[in-house]
Design a protein around this ligand. Structure first.
Ligand SMILES: Cc1cc2nc3c(=O)[nH]c(=O)nc-3n(C[C@H](O)[C@H](O)[C@H](O)COP(=O)(O)OP(=O)(O)OC[C@H]3O[C@@H](n4cnc5c(N)ncnc54)[C@H](O)[C@@H]3O)c2cc1C
Length: 321
C-alpha cells in the first residue's frame, strides 16, 4: 500500500488509483480538469519519494528537475510527499478585455506580469483565484503584447460561464504553461498545409496560420472552420481578408445548418474537406476542437495519405468530474 502526504493530509492509495484520485477521494482539494495527463491543471511537486517517469512525460526539463509531475497520471510505487505547484511555474496576469464575438464565444485578452514564452497554437492553463483551472489555446503571436484566448461558453460551465458573464476587466488570474505540440515548425516551406477547426478550435489555428505566413511559408495553406450555424463563424471577415491578402492562403467556412445560402459550405466539415482534397500524401495537417471530430478527422487525413508524424491535433477534452 502506497502512502501519500500532501500538505497536512495523509492518504493511502488503492490498487491502481492515481495520486489525484486518491487525494480527491479523501476530500483533499487539488486543482484538476482533463484527468488525462494533458491539461496540466493538477501539476504537483514531489518533495520526497520517487515519481514514475510516465507522470512527468511532456513536462519541461526544468520542471522535471524540480520534481514536478502530473497527479492524474501518477501511480507511485513507493511512498511520496508532495506539495502544490508554486509561483515558480505560474505567472500573474490581468484580464484587459472581454469581447463577445458571438452569442457563445468570448475573446479574452490578458496582460502578463512577467514574460510568457510560447509558440502560436500551444495552450496554457488558466487559474482563477479560487484555484479553478482550465486549458485554453493561445490565439496570438508572441510579439503581440497581450495573450488572446477564444472561449466558448459551455452550458453550466464554471470557467467559461465566468469568463462569459461573470469576469470583469482588471480581474487577476494566473497562467501556467505553455503546453502542447500543435504549432508550426519552419521548414519544408513548399509543403501544402491543411488546418481544420470546429468552434473555438479556431483559436490555435488562427495563431498557426499567421505564424506560417509570417515565416514565409510558400506552399498552399487551406483553413477550414466549422460551426453549427452561420452565426458561429466568428472572425469570418478577418479570415476572408487574410485570404485575399495572401495568394497561398484560403479560408473555407462550413456550417451544419443554415436558413439561406451564404459565404459558407453546408455539410459535415469532414465531407467538405474530403470533397476538396482526397489525396494528402506529403501534406501537413492541424486539427483542433471537439474531441470526437478531431479523432475522426485525424483518421480521415491519415487514410487520405497524410503521414501520422505530419498530423498535429489538440482535442478540447472536457474537464472530468
Ligand atoms: C488542450 C485543451 C485546449 C483547450 N482549448 C480551449 C479553447 O481554446 N477554447 C475553449 O473554449 N475551450 C478550450 N478547451 C476546453 C476548456 O479547457 C474547458 O473544458 C471548457 O472551457 C469548459 O470548462 P468549464 O469550466 O466552463 O466547464 P465545466 O464546469 O468543466 O463543465 C460543465 C459541464 O459541461 C460539460 N462540458 C465541459 N466541456 C464541454 C464541452 N466541450 N462540450 C460539452 N460539454 C462540456 C462538463 O462535462 C460538465 O457537465 C481546451 C481543453 C483542452 C484539454
Amino acid at each position: 500500500m502506497v502512502t501519500v502526504r500532501y500538505g497536512t493530509h495523509t492518504c493511502e492509495l488503492k490498487e491502481g488509483e492515481s495520486l489525484l484520485d486518491g487525494l480527491l477521494r479523501h476530500g483533499v482539494p487539488v486543482a484538476h480538469a482533463c484527468k488525462a495527463g494533458s491539461c496540466g491543471s493538477c501539476l504537483l511537486r514531489s518533495v520526497e519519494g520517487q515519481v514514475p517517469p510516465s507522470a512527468q512525460a511532456g513536462l519541461k526539463d526544468s520542471w522535471k528537475a524540480r520534481g514536478y509531475f502530473l497527479a492524474c497520471v501518477c501511480h507511485p510505487t513507493g511512498d511520496l510527499i508532495a506539495e502544490p505547484g508554486g509561483s515558480d511555474i505560474r505567472i500573474a496576469a490581468t484580464i484587459t478585455a472581454l469581447d463577445h464575438l458571438t452569442h457563445d464565444v468570448v475573446r479574452v485578452h490578458l496582460a502578463c506580469q512577467a514574460p510568457f514564452d510560447f509558440r502560436p497554437g500551444q495552450y496554457l492553463t488558466l487559474f482563477r483565484d479560487d484555484g479553478l483551472a482550465r486549458s485554453y489555446s493561445i490565439a496570438n503571436l508572441p510579439e503581440e503584447r497581450e495573450i488572446e484566448l477564444h472561449v466558448r461558453r459551455v452550458p453550466n460551465g464554471r470557467m467559461s460561464g465566468w469568463l462569459f458573464e461573470g469576469a470583469r476587466t482588471g480581474a487577476q488570474v494566473q497562467l501556467q504553461g505553455p503546453s502542447g505540440e500543435c504549432f508550426y515548425v519552419p521548414g519544408r516551406q513548399d509543403q501544402p498545409i491543411l488546418l481544420i477547426a470546429t468552434g473555438t478550435g479556431l483559436a490555435p489555428l488562427y495563431g498557426i496560420v499567421r505564424d506560417a505566413l509570417r515565416s514565409g511559408h510558400r506552399g498552399p495553406i487551406h483553413l477550414f472552420h466549422g460551426a453549427t450555424r452561420p452565426e458561429g463563424l466568428y472572425l469570418a471577415k478577418e479570415l476572408a481578408a487574410m485570404s485575399a491578402a495572401h495568394g497561398n492562403m484560403s479560408y473555407t467556412a462550413c456550417v451544419l445548418q443554415a436558413d439561406a445560402p451564404g459565404p459558407f459550405e453546408i455539410g459535415q466539415i469532414g465531407q467538405v474537406v474530403a470533397s476538396r482534397f482526397s489525396e494528402l500524401d506529403g501534406w501537413r495537417g492541424f486539427v483542433c476542437g471537439d474531441p470526437s471530430v478531431v479523432r475522426s478527422l485525424k483518421q480521415q487525413l491519415f487514410l487520405a495519405g497524410m503521414a501520422m508524424r505530419d498530423i498535429y491535433t489538440d482535442a478540447f477534452l472536457p474537464s472530468a468530474a
